[in-house]
Design a protein around this ligand. Structure first.
Ligand code: AMP
Ligand code: MG
Length: 344
């Protein structure tokens, strides 16, 4: 199929209307959101959901998030409640997905066969305009080939998806760079299934109790059934093995200085001079987890373009958005963490 690439800086309304018509007739449109790019289709159509799975090479038991223009637009599709609206008041539109019981207007194919559905209301103006113009909820996973890092800019989208979808809307860089926080509501309690820019502390200000699902920071046991099907799949992974280095930052820096010159190093900005002569992809300053989140997926894709044999990175902190970074990096590294001891 030929993919049309639409720029949003030309004629905004014309582009949005064209893309919305493609969604209504069951086609596939990639669009920017504040988290990562999404690969969208009509969430009420089983055939459109199946087309998403096919375009991504995604296993069809891994459910899709449905995107609505306003929190109350979820009503025909999910059993909402006061706790959903409390979350919506604080965090929507924005990078939060809420899991609720599914209504029959959403076919099981969209929801990976589950009786729940994931609802999100994005704040990005292009995403918002597209959903509003389509007049149907848009099911959209990240717009990458399954298993690869999520795309956060149009050229990374084109690298994976050109020829696989009808339209790609180029909206520049995504602001956050990591996927939405996912919380499952059980009564007034929340279970964090995927960390993101809406932090656990922020959720705890709104819900009575928020538990973190063990698979967010740990490894699923071989026979464990995950709360969120996406937890069991290899994810976000570059081609080369990624090794996360834990230990005092000075010791990790010394280890990086002694790595072979063909290793790719994801170092802090302030370490660049000390690592001169190595292949470096600076991740942001050590204390700046937001910058590190913003650059993670582009850096992992760049490491592939550098033909990395091995990639070394600092193990991030789990503070604030750091937990989201930690969760994505652990999975990208298939849980490979090396502890660097002090040389004293
Ligand atoms: P992505 O679409 O790539 O952002 O991934 C969506 C994530 O949301 C996956 O990890 C899914 O497993 C998860 N998800 C979507 N719907 C549900 C649901 N109904 N219950 C639990 N997890 C879900
Ligand atoms: Mg994804």
């Amino acid at each position: 199929m030929t993919t049309e690439i639409i720029k949003t800086d030309s004629d905004f309304n014309e582009g949005i209307n064209k893309a919305a018509a493609v969604i209504r007739r069951g086609g596939l449109v990639i669009f920017p959101t504040e988290t990562v790019y999404g690969l969208g289709a009509d969430a009420t159509s089983a055939a459109a959901a199946q087309a998403i799975y096919a375009a991504k090479g995604r296993p069809s038991d891994n459910p899709l998030i449905i995107h609505v223009a306003k929190p109350e637009d979820a009503e025909p599709y999910a059993e909402t409640n006061e706790h959903y609206y409390r979350l919506a008041k604080h965090f929507m539109p924005g990078p939060l997905t809420v899991i609720l019981p599914r209504k029959d207007t959403i076919p099981p194919q969209t929801s990976g066969g589950l009786d729940t559905v994931a609802v999100r209301c994005p704040s990005h103006p292009v995403a918002h305009a597209l959903i509003a113009a389509a007049g149907v909820p848009i099911a959209a996973p990240s717009a990458n080939i399954s298993g690869r890092p999520s795309p956060t800019n149009a050229s990374d989208v084109i690298a994976d998806m050109n020829g696989r979808v009808d339209i790609i809307i180029d909206g520049g860089d995504c602001e956050i760079g990591l996927e939405s926080t996912i919380v499952k509501l059980e009564g007034s309690r929340g279970i964090l299934l995927r960390p993101g820019a809406i932090t656990v502390d922020a959720l705890r200000c709104v819900l009575d109790e928020v538990k973190i699902a063990p698979a967010v920071i740990g490894k699923l046991a071989d026979n464990e059934k995950p709360l969120s099907p996406g937890m069991k799949y290899r994810h976000y992974a570059p081609e080369a093995p990624l090794v996360l280095l834990d230990g005092h930052p000075d010791d990790v820096l010394r280890f990086m200085q002694n790595t072979p010159k063909d290793a790719v190093l994801l170092c802090y900005d302030e370490e660049v001079p000390a690592l001169d002569g190595h292949i470096l992809l600076p991740v942001g300053e050590r204390e700046d987890e937001e910058a590190q989140a913003h650059r993670l997926f582009t850096n992992l894709r760049q490491a592939d373009r550098e033909n990395a044999k091995i990639i070394y990175a600092h193990l991030p902190s789990t503070n604030g958005i750091g937990l989201a970074l930690y969760n994505r990096m652990l999975r990208a590294a298939a849980h490979t963490v090396q502890y660097i001891k002090s040389e004293d």
